[in-house]
Ligand binder design. Structure first.
Ligand SMILES: NC(=O)c1ccc[n+]([C@@H]2O[C@H](COP(=O)([O-])OP(=O)(O)OC[C@H]3O[C@@H](n4cnc5c(N)ncnc54)[C@H](O)[C@@H]3O)[C@@H](O)[C@H]2O)c1
Length: 256
């Protein structure tokens, strides 16, 4: 087993399931002490118990107080912070005209504000530890837009842009900031949105899976995204900062 993150402490938000759980598991497998964080305290605890040396700290990334406390408790309990993965995200499909401001903010407050707060509070701790890495989770929708998820896509475009500013500002301090842009990965986020997409696109039941098969070849797996996050978290990507890595089976790279 690779131990390239030995003696490194990593926080993953939204790590109670889905991509976050896979990322926490991969970073722990590479030797990191992982703080498994989630708004769902029980889910975070269950994942932490499955990983050697991991601890669980509940946090709602929409709350600046809770994000600040997450970083503070990480440093207290684990001694330092080197890697931050602000992964927590939500989606709730709605066309723009049916999306009131509250629905817009339900998504952007987690998917964009939560990333800003995570970067803002993690960066000083990572600098204090002598440098490290922040890996944000974008999405191919950051570059394309998509029906029903205008709030989500706009937030992800914001995340990708925020990543570049953070990379520029933190480069002199030894903190690299990069982003992964996954296509559709089979998690609860996607499963729950599938019927709304099928209805909006006039597809029969199961039709969404066929679109994915045509555009991406197949759904991505959480482990594939976790591997890319490990690349950016580790010194293998020492010369990367402000970079974007698309993982989508070729979806956005081809017109037809
Ligand atoms: N699944 C995909 O196809 C896909 C594609 C591109 C990007 N992403 C991104 O990956 C990330 C994880 O998505 P997923 O598919 O694993 O979703 P998921 O729904 O499976 O898991 C999301 C996790 O985030 C937690 N969470 C929700 N609100 C939170 C909050 N306010 N504070 C802290 N935790 C919170 C949930 O409890 C859950 O454990 C998100 O940022 C998502 O936008 C997912």
């Amino acid at each position: 087993m690779s131990a390239e993150l030995e003696n490194r402490v990593a926080v993953v938000t939204g790590a109670g399931k889905g991509l976050g759980r896979a990322i926490a598991t991969r970073l722990a497998g590479a030797g990191a002490t992982v703080v498994v964080s989630d708004i769902d305290a029980d889910a975070a605890q269950a994942v932490a118990e499955s990983l050697p040396g991991a601890v669980a700290i509940a946090c709602d990334v929409r709350s600046e107080e809770q994000v600040a406390a997450l970083v503070e408790r990480t440093v207290e309990q684990c001694g330092a912070l080197h890697v931050m993965v602000p992964n927590a995200g939500v989606g709730a499909p709605l066309p723009l005209v049916a999306m009131d401001l509250a629905a817009w903010r339900d998504v952007t407050s987690v998917n964009l504000d939560g990333v800003f707060l995570s970067v803002r509070h993690a960066a000083p701790a990572i600098i204090a530890a002598g440098g490290g890495s922040i890996v944000t989770i974008g999405s191919i929708t950051a570059t394309t837009g998509s029906p029903l998820i205008g709030h989500y896509a706009a937030a992800k475009a914001g995340v990708v842009n925020l990543t570049k500013t953070a990379a520029a500002e933190l480069r002199p301090h030894g903190v690299r900031v990069n982003t992964v842009l996954p296509g559709f990965v089979d998690t609860d986020l996607v499963t729950s949105a599938r019927p709304a997409f099928e209805q909006a696109l006039g597809l029969p039941a199961g039709g969404f899976d066929e679109v994915i098969a045509q555009k991406q070849g197949r759904y991505g797996t959480p482990d594939e995204v976790a591997e890319a996050v490990l690349f950016f978290a580790s010194e293998r990507s020492a010369w990367c900062t402000g970079s974007e890595l698309v993982l989508d089976g070729g979806f956005v790279g081809s017109l037809l």
